[in-house]
Design a protein around this ligand. Structure first.
Ligand code: SF4
Ligand code: SF4
Length: 691
């Protein structure tokens, strides 16, 4: 046996092979037509720039489409998906090799390549497909997790793939058995079928069976290929495309400004107002349910399900989309153009839309980079600005923003009360505001909520101790506009943002430090939309730099301030997921000597929202559906003595939650700056003396 001569006959035992090519034509035609229908629908959407920055896009594509980076984060689903995915790729390559060998002068299917790739590797990866489908079937039909969508289509997809892989092995096994293939050992799975069939079937029976199963295999495979664009299997094409065209600006920059001069409608309530990328999003959904599984609102029993929002919009697009999209892009007429997407009877109900905390957990979890949260905010914009419809607490908050430029209607504090005794420069009172190298942006939650005033005091004292020349705006500071934008009142947000940009530009501000991640996000990612570009730091980032450069020694008399305590850090969504900062607060907590850090089960990019984002801090939630209590329970369960936070909204929400869930334990909620100031270990007076 000379391995260099190893090969096999293509189309062994098969006649009328020309039929394969005849059947292939309608199969590929239906496949192409199906995808053309999709592309045509997407093209009817509004414009979006998603083919820029090609280098970054290719990297993302390699990581999360080719490399399945996000898919494999879920261990079980990642395992079976990887088995089927890699199996499919290898089987596709093997079929291509057969076609090249048979239909071109390049007879490549021979020798060691035939034995190692076309026989051994292909057999192993074919087995991967069988095992992968079996694992998926166990999950779908036995374990039945709530996050999945249980449709006949999904079951038929599993059955079809299993049948294709199994019949492939059967025809291989019977060929091996009937021809006494001398290279059989190189095809271990096919050989197993051959050895199992040998004692049970005659050669003639296997030969006849081979013909029948071979054609059956081909028909199932061709039927499956033609079905792909009309089923959720279309994700094999739409998902990689969706990943390639993903938002590269981070979740914090995913809300776009409205051009109020030209917009015919504000917000979105019609398919035709979505961009082509939004429409592609609907078609890219794999129904994996990961987004809903991590959604804090859904977790506590609210009706919000980001998966169902995407799937309901997908269904609407498929059922009515052609007529809607044909008319819906601003020139629409009649009912079709104005078919509403917000509907009390679907997942896109006002109640669900107004439960979103804009935490972006759904977007982070989605293996194919679907952007759920901006669509929710777009729909909120429609409800708020076109219909004046929103929950009562949000209405009070917006009224206060309009009349007082802050959202806390009942506060008894002014913007500068917290500075008492600290001798802090206010820009308007300075002879030369340019002497302030840094603007300390205090934020409404820091200045006007009693429990957070310690945080901003600690931050200011730490800046002073490090010798930073900073000032505040004092009474000239107004809300960054974040709550207005998240709720959907883009008009109010734009007004506040433009006002702030004008104030900052008047003082020539270049560097901003803030202890509020929501303000931080607005300044960093959203103010550039209104001409405001600054060097922006969250206070933990800035303090971390000061400690790192030795300007802020955290080894003062209070170096052992941790005193044997355990600290767990709660990642604020707008610092972590929205802006990718996870380390700075943890670095600072490591300086709190004598303390030990523990992580909650959901931390860093999988952190669970405190429940206060998206304007939800101003809504009175039902007692049994409180996101803050769910998160507080997780923090309490770590056994920590201190829950460290880096956001005034998180502080308030978790304070309430911890008080409800701590039982008789003494668990404190403290900002990282407060803990660091304790570690620096000086009295309030010495903080003042440091100025
Ligand atoms: S942003 Fe957060 S709250 Fe909103 S749908 Fe996504 S996971 Fe749910
Ligand atoms: S939107 Fe993304 S995470 Fe949610 S079900 Fe679809 S593919 Fe899965």
């Amino acid at each position: 046996m000379d391995p260099t001569q190893a090969t096999r006959e293509v189309f062994w035992n098969i006649q009328y092979t020309w039929l394969v090519y005849v059947l292939m034509v309608p199969t590929l035609a239906v496949l192409a037509w199906g995808f053309w229908l999709k592309i045509r629908r997407w093209r009817a959407g509004q414009p979006a720039v998603r083919f820029d920055r090609l280098g970054e896009r290719f990297q993302l594509f390699l990581r999360n489409a080719v490399g399945q980076g996000r898919t494999i984060k879920s261990r079980y689903a990642g395992l079976f998906h990887s088995l089927v995915y890699t199996g499919f790729i290898v089987l596709f390559l093997a079929t291509t090799v057969v076609a090249i060998h048979h239909d071109t002068p390049l007879h490549i299917m021979k020798g060691h390549f035939y034995l190692i790739f076309q026989s051994l590797i292909v057999d192993i990866f074919g087995l991967f497909v069988l095992v992968g489908v079996a694992l998926a079937a166990v999950r779908r039909w036995v374990a039945k997790p709530a996050k999945l969508v249980y449709t006949d289509e999904a079951s038929w997809i599993l059955v079809s793939i299993f049948v294709m892989a199994l019949t492939g092995f059967i025809v291989e096994g019977w060929r091996i058995a009937v021809t006494d293939d001398v290279w059989a050992a190189w095809s271990p799975v096919g050989n197993l079928f051959a050895r199992a069939s040998d004692p049970l079937m005659s050669d003639a029976a296997m030969q006849t069976g081979h013909i029948v199963i071979w054609w059956f295999h081909l028909l199932v495979a061709f039927g499956f290929i033609a079905w792909v664009p009309f089923s959720k299997m279309s994700h094999v094409f739409t998902a990689p495309l969706n990943i390639f065209t993903a938002n590269l600006d981070g979740y914090g920059g995913s809300l776009k400004a409205i051009d109020f001069e030209t917009a015919e409608r504000f917000g979105i309530n019609h398919l035709g107002d979505f961009t082509w990328k939004d429409l592609l999003d609907f078609d890219a959904c794999t129904e994996c349910g990961r987004c809903t599984d991590v959604c804090p609102a859904n977790t506590v029993g609210k009706s919000l399900s980001p998966r169902d929002i995407i799937l309901d919009l997908q269904a609407l697009m498929h059922e009515r989309g052609d007529s809607v999209l044909a008319n819906g892009n601003g020139s629409g007429n009649g009912d079709a153009a104005l078919l509403p997407i917000i509907d009390q009877k679907t997942a896109v109900s006002p109640e669900a839309l107004f439960s979103c905390t804009t935490c972006a957990a759904c977007m982070e979890a989605c293996p194919v980079h679907i952007e759920q949260m901006p669509k929710i905010v777009d729909a909120r914009r429609y409800l708020v600005m076109e219909e004046a419809e929103f929950p009562e607490g949000m209405m009070d908050m917006m009224n206060s923003l309009e009349s007082r430029q802050h959202p806390f209607a009942g506060t008894q504090f002014s913007r500068v009360d917290w500075t008492e005794g600290l001798d802090i420069d206010v820009m308007a009172d300075m002879d030369d505001p340019a002497e302030a190298e840094v603007l300390m942006w205090v934020g409404c939650g820091g200045a006007l909520v009693e429990r957070n005033r310690n945080t901003v005091r600690a931050t200011a004292k730490l800046l002073k101790k490090a010798g930073v020349k900073f000032a505040i705006l004092g009474r000239e500071e107004s809300c960054s506009g974040d709550p207005a934008r998240r709720v959907g009142n883009e008009f109010l947000f734009e007004m506040l943002a433009k006002g702030n940009v004008e104030t900052l530009d008047r003082y020539g501000v270049r560097k901003v430090v803030t202890s509020c991640p929501h303000c931080f996000n607005s300044f960093r990612n959203e103010y550039p939309q209104f001409g405001g570009s600054y060097e922006v730091y969250h206070h933990t980032q800035f303090l971390d730099q000061l400690v790192g450069s030795g300007k802020l020694p955290a080894n003062g008399p209070g170096a052992q301030a941790g005193n044997g305590e355990t600290i767990t850090f709660h990642d604020p969504c707008y610092l972590g997921r929205h802006n990718g900062e996870y380390d700075a607060p943890r670095n600072l907590l490591a300086k709190v000597g004598g303390a030990r850090q523990v992580e909650m089960q959901r931390s860093r990019n999988t952190s669970f929202c405190c429940g206060g984002g998206g304007g939800m801090a101003f809504v009175d939630e039902p007692p049994d559906q409180r996101v803050n209590q769910e998160r507080a329970q997780e923090a309490v369960d770590t056994g920590a003595d201190v829950v460290a936070v880096g956001c005034p909204f998180c502080a308030t929400m978790l304070d309430d939650g911890v008080n409800a869930r701590r039982g008789d334990r003494d668990v404190k909620v403290k900002d990282v700056a407060e803990l660091l100031w304790d570690a620096v270990g000086e009295t309030e007076e010495s903080g003042e003396a440091a100025t």
